[in-house]
Write a protein that binds this ligand. Sequence first.
Ligand code: FAD
Length: 364
Amino acid sequence: MSTTLTKRHDVVVVGGGQAGLAIGYHLAKQGKDFTILETASEAGAVWRKRWDSLKLFTSARYDGLPGMDFPGDPDRYPTRDEVADYLAAYARRFDLPVELDSRVCAVRRQDGGYRVELDDRAYEARQVVIATGPFQTPVAPPVAQQVGEGVVQMHSVAYRSPGSLPEGRVLVVGGGNTGFQIAQELSASRETHLSIGSRQTPLPQRILGRDLFWYLDRTGLIRKTSDSRIGRRMSGRDTLIGSTPRRLRERFGVELHGRAMRADGSTIHFEDETELEPAGIVWATGFRVDHSWIDAPIFDDTDRVVHRRGVTDAPGLYFLGLSWQHTRGSALLGWVKDDAEYIAREVAAAGGRHEVGRPPRSSV
Ligand SMILES: Cc1cc2nc3c(=O)[nH]c(=O)nc-3n(C[C@H](O)[C@H](O)[C@H](O)COP(=O)(O)OP(=O)(O)OC[C@H]3O[C@@H](n4cnc5c(N)ncnc54)[C@H](O)[C@@H]3O)c2cc1C
């Protein structure tokens, strides 16, 4: 690596999505000398890469970051481009120092803090906040490797619209919100099948005219912590918002299957002993995080970050935006502000002193 220039800041934030911008808001209020490094060429670009028809499952009322409401009717469900536009506008409104086209390839501990390395330059900082997102590397199950070449396959990150797939019968694999939304969209133009490996708890999007998240907020459920009894139960089971297998089958004619177990050429075999020969497959089977570029003693035996509400045992190294970092809201637009405020307070308190943190409680 040819590093030509080293700059210094008090704090470096890695990632300019909602989490990076939310912490940026607080750091700016504290008058910190900081920068936000973002791989993409616009803040919030991750949203533009999601499928064309994506609509949020949270209404606009619950999509605002600290200091700026999401614009428009608070009861509507914004599109992916509206979110990207909002995030870019947010960065501008608070004049946040986002450096675009700046991919961090390593964060290393060094005396007095960290060295943050990019291809063409490096930064030194006493404190680093990792806000690179909870959904990074697409994951597909081993059965994807067995599928014959005649079948067009893609992960949900590559799916844009029905035109992404060939004509003919399609299979979506994955019983989460992404799988359900994509299957529903495809069902309008072709024979669509959905493979559900494990059922998620279905919740209606609106109850008695109010958004589901109004209830989760009012009852305090959205802020139940990951170490509480109810939090542990909730974090162990994902929720399916605004749909049910029955609705998908009866209203949209999507045929349901059990878990996809193996493939034999172009035939997919499911756990419920059904089989299918699709022309195309969308793997809506999730993501894993990749923190392999961080060189600090903060990982457990399974490479998960050990932290307590985003605070690691490596002095000055923090995370923000992890799934269930603290509560169900930790990785959601409308609630990431709670953890952002907390981490900003930790950053301010640690300032130049960097004591070893309290015992960590969870790994993500
Ligand atoms: C399909 C889908 C639908 C969702 N719908 C909703 C919803 O309706 N409501 C809701 O509240 N939440 C929703 N979420 C959850 C959550 O809001 C999003 O995942 C959100 O993008 C997470 O924000 P983030 O800032 O933590 O991470 P990201 O948005 O992933 O941002 C991380 C940023 O870090 C950058 N980055 C990564 N690595 C590096 C690096 N090495 N160097 C520099 N930059 C880097 C990336 O380019 C990216 O811009 C949804 C998630 C998905 C996947």
